[in-house]
Design a protein around this ligand. Sequence first.
Ligand SMILES: [Zn+2]
Length: 283
Amino acid sequence: MVLNSGSRINQKVCFICGAGHSGSTLLGLILGSHQDCFYSGEARKARFMQNTNYPIKRTCNLCGINCPVWKDFITSTHLDLYEQISLKTQKPIVIDSTKNTSWLEEQIATIQKTSSQPFLLFLQRDGRAVINSRTRKYPQKNVKEIIDDWKELINETQELYRHFNGNKIKIKYEHLATNVESVIITLCDFLEIDYQPQMVKYYQHEHHPVGGNNGTKFLIVKAQHKNTEEFLHKVSKRCSDYYQNHGLEITLDLRWRQELDPTVERLFEEIADKENEELKWEV
Ligand SMILES: [Zn+2]
């Protein structure tokens, strides 16, 4: 590719915001399967890539330390992160699923100073499902704290969304999981890119996400016949049973309805019913 000096490779950044455990890894991987898009995972973690103070080296956990994208990635002080990622991957659109709203505000402000366009996508999921995933994943953690954290992040994200003056959209995870094609067509329109039907078969494409849901990534490992045993170590027992028996089709995960402790559900309603009103999925 021949570039004029001063021209950018990066043209768009799509920020998937919302609470963790809301399906952003799945959505990021699907969007990242478009030929012009790269799904970075949680790009905020790129800052720590070459930080040797961490006992475990952070990298794409599909490839490990020899990842062609992140292996020698050092965040630059001259270039914004997204242009750096686009230079590395040669993809003009970067999808970032970092959830931290102060980070998002900073990055949006940075992108707005360039010729790239920021897009904000608020991925919503019924809070009861999110709380269920979190209490399972962190059984030692105080349940009230988990609920308070969720409530705070949802309020901050709503605030970010209200103030964002660019292209923005709200999508429900439950809607995505039950109508994947129509939701992805809507999102391709939103991002002003063509819909490519192979996107929904995200597991057939090459990806290098940082952070995010290991269960969803496990499906890629399985589909591409990589070393599943090695990867299963990273997934909890409950999740590995679930995902090992999981086909590659996209299905709505409503495990919370069987699993969520009724006392936790009542506490959640007391604390965060207002925040969950818009996110509730009752079908
Ligand atoms: Zn990789």
